[in-house]
Design a protein around this ligand. Structure first.
Ligand SMILES: [Zn+2]
Length: 377
């Protein structure tokens, strides 16, 4: 058994108790008081466990972002987490934090409170080992990741520029706990059509139907997709009209775009924004844009993955590489050209879904190799 695995095995009950306590501090993005309570807990644990120096980034509308520094070496490594979840306060009554066989359930346990707690314990193990004196680890706990990181993005980008690599503790993908070497970029748009209202029976020729125009728009928008290149377009919400006997004066669609490459991001974004019109007398307006750029695999991120894979093998873990259509803060750091590995956190399933859980048998080996990665990077 390796020294890191021995450390984890000695403390496994404490790690799980720590995780349960953190999950039970429910922290939906939109509830500042609740997110702040969870953030304070995490800060206290980082201080107690790893002697972290805490810097708060106070926010008026969102929870205060947490920056924790461990060590004082010249090489800087950024660990990215988030404290918020998509689950409203009270979800615990329906989905309690509970151990059932090889599973632990609870709102946000997989996405991504386990990852945050993994950072706490790995940093403690690193500090106790005395083996990483050449590095400073900066953990950043975002409080509004689930709504697209409106206020944390510039902080994350600054911290990433100061770091030689970024390790994102978001959940892994698939049964084997694969690393995310790529993530799709995400675009969010709202398309508004204005037409001319008229009586559908008495004056149909005077009307210009915004709904008919929107129907053409939806077909045209979906045609921008190129699944082979990983580009998808989804019109997920439509609204419009007032009554069946009125030609609709207004209609609105909300659009989700996903892209794997920067080239596709440019192509699809341009086409979504430059709309043709199909029904004479209507006008079309598009708001929004790319919220997260795609995280593309690079030679440097591949090398980082190969190192992680080798170290994981030493801890008895087979570590595949994968990717996902979902975005994270890793998209921002990768787009700056800073080598980024994502999906280093929980093994399990059900992010943002009722069956959210982590796999307990994966905790000890994963925590051990992640610690080793921090030491040997
Ligand atoms: Zn997440």
């Amino acid at each position: 058994m390796t020294r890191f695995r021995a450390f984890v095995d000695r403390h496994l009950d404490e790690v799980l108790a720590d995780l349960a306590a953190f999950v039970e501090l429910e922290s939906p993005t939109t509830d500042k008081a609740a997110v702040d309570r969870a953030g304070r807990y995490l800060a206290t644990r980082l201080r107690e466990a790893a002697g972290a120096e805490i810097v708060w980034h106070p926010q008026a509308a969102w929870g205060d972002h947490l920056e924790a520094r461990v060590g004082s070496g010249p090489r800087r490594i950024l660990l990215l987490g988030h404290v918020d979840t998509v689950w409203p306060v009270g979800t615990l009554e329906r989905i309690p934090c509970r151990i059932d066989g090889d599973r632990m359930t609870g709102p946000g346990c997989f996405d991504m409170k386990y990852g945050d707690i993994q950072a706490v314990w790995a940093l403690r193990a690193v500090v106790e080992s005395g083996l990483a004196a050449d590095k400073t680890f900066v953990y950043f706990g975002n409080t509004e990741e689930e709504v697209g990181s409106p206020t944390s993005r510039p902080i994350i980008e600054r911290l990433a520029r100061e770091s030689e690599c970024v390790l994102v503790l978001e959940p892994s993908v698939g049964e084997e706990g694969a690393i995310k070497l790529w993530r799709k970029g995400v675009g969010m748009y709202r398309l508004t059509v204005r037409g001319v209202a008229s009586h559908a029976g008495a004056d149909p020729e005077k009307g210009r139907s915004a709904i008919l125009e929107l129907a053409h728009q939806i077909v045209d928008l979906h045609a921008i997709a190129d699944p082979e290149r990983g580009t998808t377009v989804n019109v997920g919400i439509v609204r419009g009209g007032t009554r069946p006997n009125v030609v609709a004066a207004e209609a609105v669609a909300e659009i989700d775009l996903r892209v794997r490459t920067a080239d596709e991001a440019r192509r699809a974004d341009t086409r979504i924004r430059t709309r043709p019109t199909f029904v004479a007398g209507t006008t079309v307006h598009v708001d929004g844009g790319l919220n997260r750029p795609p995280m593309e695999e690079t030679p440097a991120s591949r090398r980082l993955y190969e190192l992680a894979k080798r170290l994981a093998a030493n801890e008895g873990v087979d570590l595949p590489a994968g990717g996902t259509g979902g975005g994270s803060d890793g998209n921002f750091t990768a787009a700056l050209g800073v080598p980024t590995l994502d999906g280093l956190g929980a093994v399990g399933d059900g992010g943002h879904a009722e069956h959210e859980h982590i796999r307990l048998s994966a905790v000890a080996p994963r925590l051990a190799w992640f610690t080793r990665l921090l030491v040997e990077l």
